[in-house]
Design a binder for this molecule. Structure first.
Ligand code: NAP
Ligand code: ZN
Ligand code: ZN
Length: 346
């Protein structure tokens, strides 16, 4: 199936127009006309080789929304014309313990990434959603609530689920004091979900100019971490800290802000290890954990939750030819709060 989109040729190349073939739809596949694709910071880390060498030419994009244009003979979940979403992975082994629990994101054989992976038959490289068409096995796609603006839904497929999952797993609710580190694509979704669960939410941001936006999105408190010593006034304040920061930082300065038995969730992935001070873990029986996107059932649950509570991402819609600038602005923390590419411009 012919597709046109954007690709990088190597770690230092810009995104350029790229034409390629996708597999023809099989019995359980669905073809879609892509409408919007979000730009996740993971796309940038991968394209620029910050997580190790990628499979080039690389077509990034794992926040995909579109309309079904064709279905294979065995497809029962979707019909032509349905709104459809595809997230961070397109397949998994389907038989390991975690897959059988619906946690395909933690597949013991490794999930098949929407891009930068080989398909499970080993024949073709997966190519992401910076493109006008997509082909997906029906089991790895979700339905989109019809009441939500489609451009604001695209980022839910990665940024949304990645914050919804730990917030649910850690039972965030009305009595929980939550801090969100970094008000970017992931962070602003974490803020919206934690507020929707009734938590008292503080945004910890190194961009003081984001305070008004944070408050409009429901933040109860905003603390600028431009001067990191601001964290000294927050010692033992939070039950849960959601770390969505894409850059290296002093993790100990944040850990000290956890209350007794508090948990800091690592979500941002800068690609370099933290220098952890064991002493800060001991004092207050603190926990440090991680979370990676979410499984298929939870992805659908999150979208249904968003439909019910009218939650979408705050987006800036761009044309394909603005994507390189959007990358640079994202890295400079100048994103409000997710760039979304209009797929008609590929
Ligand atoms: P993003 O939109 O660029 O947001 C990251 C935010 O981190 C920035 O907006 C900024 O917020 C803060 N930040 C950036 N540089 C900083 C610095 N030098 N010091 C302090 N704060 C800084 O990125 P994103 O798309 O939300 O992704 C965030 C991270 O999560 C990335 O590393 C990405 O790869 C990772 N990720 C993980 C998963 C997962 O499954 N765990 C899924 C998707 C993405 P302020 O301006 O408010 O400080
Ligand atoms: Zn992502
Ligand atoms: Zn598996």
């Amino acid at each position: 199936m012919k597709s046109r989109g954007l690709a990088v040729d190597n770690a230092t190349s810009p995104l350029k127009t790229f034409e390629f073939d996708r597999r023809e739809i099989g019995a359980h596949d669905v073809a879609l006309d892509v409408k919007f694709t979000g730009i996740c910071h993971s796309d940038i880390h991968t394209a620029r080789g910050e997580w190790g060498s990628a499979l080039y030419p690389l077509v990034p994009g794992h926040e995909i929304v579109g309309v079904v244009t064709a279905t294979g003979s065995g497809v029962s979940k979707f019909k032509v014309g349905n709104l459809i979403g595809v997230g961070v992975f397109v397949d998994s082994c389907r038989k390991c313990d975690t897959c059988l629990k619906g946690l395909q994101n933690y597949c013991l054989e490794g999930m098949t990434g929407t891009y930068n992976s080989m398909e499970r038959d080993g024949k073709n490289q997966t190519r992401g959603g910076y493109s006008n068409t997509f082909v997906i096995n029906e089991d790895y796609a979700v339905h989109i609530p019809a009441n939500l603006p489609l451009e604001g839904v695209a980022p839910l497929l990665c940024a949304g689920i990645t914050l919804y999952s730990p917030i649910k797993h850690l039972n965030v609710g009305p009595k929980t004091k939550v801090a969100v580190m970094g008000l970017g694509g992931l962070g602003h979704m974490g803020l919206k979900f934690a507020v929707a669960m009734g938590a008292e939410v503080t945004v910890l941001s190194h961009s003081p100019s984001k305070e008004n936006d944070a408050k409009k999105m429901g933040a109860h408190h905003f603390v600028s971490t431009k001067d990191i010593s601001a964290l000294d006034t927050l010692k033992k304040s939070f039950d849960i800290i959601l770390n969505t920061v894409s850059a290296e930082l002093d993790i100990n300065a944040y850990l000290q802000c956890l209350k007794l038995d508090g948990t800091l969730v690592v979500i941002g992935l800068p690609g370099k290890p933290y220098a952890l001070n064991p002493g800060v873990m001991l004092d207050g029986r603190r926990s440090l954990t991680g979370s990676m996107i979410g499984g298929m059932p939870e992805l659908q649950e999150m979208l249904d939750f968003c439909g019910k509570h009218n939650i979408v991402s705050d987006v800036e819609i761009i044309k394909a030819d603005y994507a390189n600038t959007a990358y640079d602005r994202t890295v400079a923390s100048d994103v409000k709060y997710r760039f979304v590419i209009d797929a008609s411009t590929f």
